[in-house]
Design a protein around this ligand. Structure first.
Ligand code: FAD
Ligand code: NAP
Ligand code: SF4
Length: 676
């Protein structure tokens, strides 16, 4: 059973307790931990992950006091009455043979609430609230709050706690000169700056005894100006080990850093070698983290000695059975996290419950249930894009007889196009997953056949799910038929040749993606190799500079691009909260000119004529690429008033093209199929 991933699946003996394997489900804020009435749902969420075989789970961040709240009234453990809620979680995990740590998170100046405190009264760029500098007495109260929180966690049945010391939260704010301007014994030298972290660990250890896991998440590369040097990082790690930490987890980049650390375009396992450097400096187990999403990559990291354990967070939203599937040699059945952040972090930052684009059941385990249907129906699903794939596989899992049709000769729909965008290569994993799932659930797949309404009516189906997606919108601009004009499908799917000077009409997700695609030199390998990515973003993986930052050195752009929209708002404002800035920064760095408030006048041999701010301009270009949205493709739906025959349903792009994304498409498919 452990033959395929011998390092990953090996137990880890901590002396007083043994973890069943080397896989940690890293801390994620789900939104369920903030309200006591959601703890039943939270317990169900963790139960499924523990049943799936993960070695150690870490909860979302729980504050030790009100000052440490990330959001107003966030999850807090500071009095005995809270213990009972947490017991529901720990019991569920223990019943499945798992172990669980509670993360203690003090947000410091990242708190989105008025009670915020920090090392110094210096506002962060990502919260509107200016923090109050903690007094000596305030620091003492904070240490006591951490110790009390850990003691209560022990009472609640947790196997230990994780102290959150990275990503720019309170302890990081004390650790770095960037935010610690103090001149007392808590500021200045690294010995003073780390005093808070070390004292917290010592005080917790004294309160909880030796047979309770203390994991500390340590920031190895801060990726901000005023971050720590490698010598500082090592000194802190060694002091934490002496203070009583059992496991050192690792973190990379503060939340305010302008370097992406977890989005899909970050190469897999990008930071593992830095964890490896730290592992040589301490004797306790070190954990690798960030952008590790498949067992083979995790196994490689452990096999080459970069870490003792691997932490994956989002991959457990995508697939609770990750470890069980790996252990059974069924890694090809894993529903892989594609690093999109669309349903997890983007939700968290919008104060919504987290879920997962590829697994809408995540954090909704008690609400979206794929139960066996009482009557097995004959179901046709037309369209093998994300919506159709989701509907077909869930319907088959629920016991229906499903036939899935697509006019193309491969499954995936627009996701097959999306995966060609540099940095979106991971999207192919979703297509691989669904392909395997179709086979496992026994869906009959008919490809290369455009389905007609007559065929559907003659097919004897009980239900027809129309998941035919969209047709590209070509705006009625004078000259739209000019040979210079291409649609994004011409460029991405039909591979039409594109000149060196390009105007892109439409600056939604696809306009930005087409920009990235056209900026990429086809001679360069994809996915972008790690060293090249690090140069482009100015990351010093050798950790020779403070904070791990160097001057970025991106290759020269291969095209001149102008990206346009009619709205007067900032371009890309509608992109994902946690990933949009990466796309905007990439295009800006490559000299893409962004124009808002554009009126498209006409297209001719000279290029695109526009009016901006009342002034007429000519964009001289070789090609104009249209990324102006889409309209639903609904030709298979019954006409108004038509009755009889199978029940017709529409989902995904076919239901509504506006603001469509794969998150909605997959969710609609699963929800409809579960209630057929
Ligand atoms: P589609 O994916 O369009 O699938 C419809 C399928 O139906 C097609 O395969 C088509 O061949 C088939 N079909 C149509 N008519 C018939 C017929 N009569 N008979 C048989 N078959 C038929 N979304 C995100 O969430 N995140 C992203 O980062 C993202 N990036 C994108 C990047 C690009 C470049 C593109 C093009 C899209 C991107 N999307 C992204 C959007 C996402 O791919 C779509 O929202 C999603 O694919 C819609 O799913 P769907 O199943 O409704 O339709
Ligand atoms: P979109 O986000 O709706 O953007 C369409 C763009 O076209 C807008 O910039 C719009 O801006 C412009 N437009 C609309 N009608 C127009 C017209 N008649 N003439 C000229 N311009 C027009 O759609 P999309 O970019 O095609 O993306 C489709 C879906 O895929 C999106 O909903 C998105 O969620 C998803 N997607 C997501 C990602 C991601 O990274 N999360 C990436 C790609 C795609 P103006 O109206 O201001 O001109
Ligand atoms: Fe991963 Fe995207 Fe799911 Fe988040 S929403 S867990 S990033 S696949």
């Amino acid at each position: 059973m452990t033959a395929t991933y011998p390092h990953l699946l090996a137990p880890l003996d901590l002396g007083f307790t043994t973890l069943r394997n080397r896989v940690i489900m890293g801390s994620m804020h789900t939104g369920l931990e903030d309200r006591f009435y959601h703890y039943g749902k939270l317990a169900a969420f963790y139960r499924e992950r523990a049943r799936g075989g993960v070695g150690l789970i870490v909860t979302g961040g729980i504050s030790p006091n009100r000052e440490g709240w990330l959001l107003p009234f966030g999850g807090t453990l500071n009095f005995a009455g809270d213990v009972l809620n947490h017991r529901r979680v720990t019991s569920a995990v223990h019943e499945e043979g798992g172990k669980i740590l509670m993360q203690i998170l003090h947000a410091g100046r990242y708190g989105y609430q008025p009670l915020v405190v920090s090392a110094s009264a210096k506002k962060s760029p990502i919260s509107p609230f200016k923090p109050r500098a903690l007094s000596e007495a305030g620091i003492e109260r904070t240490i006591a709050a951490y110790a009390r929180c850990a003691r209560l966690a022990r009472q609640a049945g947790y196997d230990g706690i994780e102290v959150m010391g990275s990503e720019g939260y309170l302890l990081n704010q004390f650790l770095c000169a960037r935010t610690n301007l103090r001149t007392d014994r808590w500021g200045g030298s690294i010995e003073n700056r780390m005093r808070l972290s070390v004292d917290i660990v010592k005080r917790i250890r004294a309160k909880v005894g030796d047979d309770f896991i203390i994991m500390y998440r340590h920031s190895l590369l801060d990726l901000v100006d005023g971050g720590n040097t490698w010598d500082d990082v090592v000194q802190v790690a060694q002091a934490l080990e002496r203070a009583g930490v059992n496991i050192l987890n690792t973190g990379f980049g503060w939340h305010e850093a302008r370097v992406p650390t977890i989005v899909t375009s970050v190469p897999r396992g990008a930071f593992a070698s830095v964890a490896g450097r730290l592992r040589r400096e301490v004797t306790i187990p070190v954990v690798a983290s960030n952008r590790i999403n498949m067992p083979a990559d995790a196994e490689d990291i452990l096999a080459r000695g970069d870490a003792d354990m691997v932490s994956m967070a989002r991959p457990f939203l995508a697939d609770p059975q990750f470890v069980a599937k790996a252990a059974a040699g069924r890694a090809d059945e894993i529903n892989t996290c594609i690093g999109c952040n669309q349903a997890c972090l983007d939700h968290t930052f919008a104060n919504q419950r987290a879920s997962c684009l590829v697994n809408p059941r995540a954090c909704h385990e008690t609400e979206l249930v794929y139960a066996k249907a009482r009557v097995s129906k004959k179901v046709a699903v037309v369209g093998a894009g994300p919506a159709g794939l989701s509907a077909a596989t869930v319907a088959a899992e629920c016991g229906h007889q499903v036939t899935l049709f697509d006019s193309f000769d491969a499954i995936g729909g627009q996701f097959r196009i999306a995966m060609q965008i540099p940095g979106k290569e991971e999207f192919s994993e979703t297509i691989r997953y669904f392909g395997r799932k179709l086979a496992l659930t026994g869906v009959k797949v008919v490809l290369g056949q455009r389905v007609t309404r007559a065929a559907l009516l003659a097919g004897g189906f009980d239900d027809v799910i129309v998941a035919t997606g969209i047709k590209v919108r070509m705006p009625p601009i004078d000259g739209i038929d000019h040979p210079k004009v291409l649609s994004y499908i011409d460029v991405l799917q039909r591979k039409a040749p594109v000149g060196k000077r390009v105007a892109i009409i439409g600056a939604g997700g696809i306009g930005f993606d087409v920009g990235e695609y056209l900026l990429h030199d086809p001679a360069h390998a994809l996915p972008v190799p790690l060293a090249e990515w690090a140069r482009e973003w100015g990351v010093d993986l050798a950790a020779t500079t403070a904070g791990g930052l160097v001057a970025p050195a991106a290759p020269a752009p291969v095209r001149q691009i102008v990206l346009m929209q009619r709205k007067t708002s900032k371009l890309g404002a509608g992109l994902g909260k946690t990933s949009g800035w990466v796309h905007r920064a990439t295009l800006a760095r490559n000299g893409v000119q962004m124009l808002a408030g554009v009126q498209y006048d006409r297209i001719d041999d000279f290029g695109l004529h526009i009016t901006v701010a009342g002034e007429q301009r000519l964009i001289e270009c070789d090609n104009i690429v249209i990324c102006a949205g889409q309209d639903s493709l609904t030709e298979l739906m019954p006409a108004e008033g038509e009755s009889g025959g199978p029940a017709f349903h529409k989902i995904g792009g076919a239901a509504l093209a506006a603001e469509l994304d794969a998150k909605r498409a997959i969710k609609e498919g699963a929800e409809l199929a579960a209630r057929l």
